[in-house]
Design a binder for this molecule. Structure first.
Ligand code: PMP
Length: 391
């Protein structure tokens, strides 16, 4: 057991205590076999069952259609940036015989980093828009009518977006713009910081990737949901053909068709880390699935934004209301000299993890799935009193 904490860190983040308690037991003695889950072969029956179960639970939670496949890769979101660029450009080449251009929609630092990685790997890369302001901040998403006509299914191998920008607190609406889907350019989305926080229509995406360490587990594993025809298209191309076309060849451990063919165990999958993901998924299913989690997340975000909005002279919320993240609430204090006092007083009340990302300063309250409504209520009381006492 452990003392109650109200931790709002951006990730790695809190996990549900019952999940950790079960995982701790399983780390020592899994299914009473006298071995911990981290000690068994990744090719054993027990490990294969963890992989199968996790996939099944994810398919159930997200209502994943048969057109899509689930797999896991070692690494994090950053591994995803590279694997997306190499695999998806190979898919376009396999399908059309032409080198495509990767299209990036930049709404924050993670989508920006991903576009830089695509460029670094030598993939022709086009930034469709980048809404970074002169002060280095982000805070909006342009209306799709202003950019969607730039997308061309013949030219673009994929269009990439980060569904929730963890540092800047900008989140795409739950339903992606219709025109974006209608462009027929394969949509690739990074859901590292909002996976399982709300419903999504998986059929709209060609690829979803998400690092585990915020809403679903520990660092070390990344989850992928891919449209199967993309896998077929990648498998059509040989490494030599890619080299001849000056496209990057995926390292074997992140070559999507190879990983899928081997049911995510081409090399050693960290099975303990995956087991934790499965425990999180099982708990979510028991507690009413994504719908009830989403309701709670909406309530948490609503009460915190309302509390901050009550003091427009005191708190600054840099993100357009329409695109405010429900996972990462970003704000600053307008008056100088109060930042350390805010953090010190919050810490005294056991409200921690509130410091903003080093690149933007200010504050960030991350309200991931495992953050309790009761913790958010304490934070609401605190931000209210702090504003009242320091005007
Ligand atoms: N994408 C998003 C949305 C993130 O929030 C992060 C990290 N917090 C990353 C990618 C990079 O993840 P990693 O550190 O696991 O490479």
């Amino acid at each position: 057991d452990r003392p109650q904490s109200n931790y709002f860190g951006a990730g790695p983040a809190q996990l549900p205590l019952p999940v950790l308690q079960q995982a701790a037991k399983d780390l020592i003695n899994f299914q009473d076999e006298g071995l911990g889950i981290g000690e068994i072969s990744h090719r054993s029956k027990a490990a294969a069952k963890v992989i199968t179960d996790t996939k099944a639970h994810l398919k159930e939670l997200f209502a994943i259609p048969d057109t899509h496949e689930v797999f896991f890769l070692q690494g994090g979101g950053t591994t995803g940036f590279s694997s997306v660029a190499s695999n998806l450009s190979a898919a376009h080449f396999g399908k059309t015989g032409e080198v495509g251009t990767a299209a990036y929609l930049i709404t924050g630092s993670w989508s920006e980093k991903s576009s830089q990685e695509s460029e670094r790997l030598g993939v022709p890369t086009e930034v469709i828009f980048n809404v970074k302001k002169d002060n280095g901040r982000f805070g909006t998403i342009p209306e799709s009518s202003t950019w969607v006509q730039k997308l061309d299914a013949k030219k673009h191998s994929y269009v990439y977006l980060c569904e929730n920008e963890t540092v800047h607190g900008v989140e795409w609406p739950e339903q992606l713009p219709r025109e974006l889907i209608d462009s027929k350019v394969p949509i690739v989305a990074d859901l590292s910081s909002d996976i399982l926080s709300r419903k999504i229509n998986v059929a709209d995406y060609s690829l979803i990737m998400a690092g585990a360490q915020k809403n679903i587990g520990l660092a070390g594993l990344t989850l992928y949901i891919i449209k199967k025809d993309i896998l077929d298209d990648i498998a059509k191309v040989s490494p030599k053909q890619l080299r001849d076309a000056s496209l990057p060849v995926s390292p074997i451990a992140t070559d999507y068709p190879t990983v899928v063919k081997n049911d995510s165990a081409y090399n050693t999958i960290p099975i303990f880390t995956l087991h934790i993901i499965d425990l999180v998924l099982q708990r979510l299913l028991e507690q009413g699935g994504i719908e009830s989690q989403q309701k709670e997340n909406e309530e948490k975000a609503k009460i915190l934004y309302e509390a901050l909005d009550k003091f427009p002279e005191f708190y600054n919320l840099p993100v357009d209301k329409k695109y405010r993240s429900k996972m990462n609430v970003v704000f600053t204090i307008k008056k100088d000299g109060l930042d350390s006092k805010f953090l010190e007083e919050a810490t005294k009340l056991n409200l921690t993890g509130l410091k903003g990302h080093r690149s933007v300063g200010g504050f960030r309250a991350s309200l991931y799935n495992a953050v309790e409504l009761s913790s958010v209520k304490l934070l609401v009381d605190f931000v209210t009193k702090f504003a009242e006492n320091n005007q």
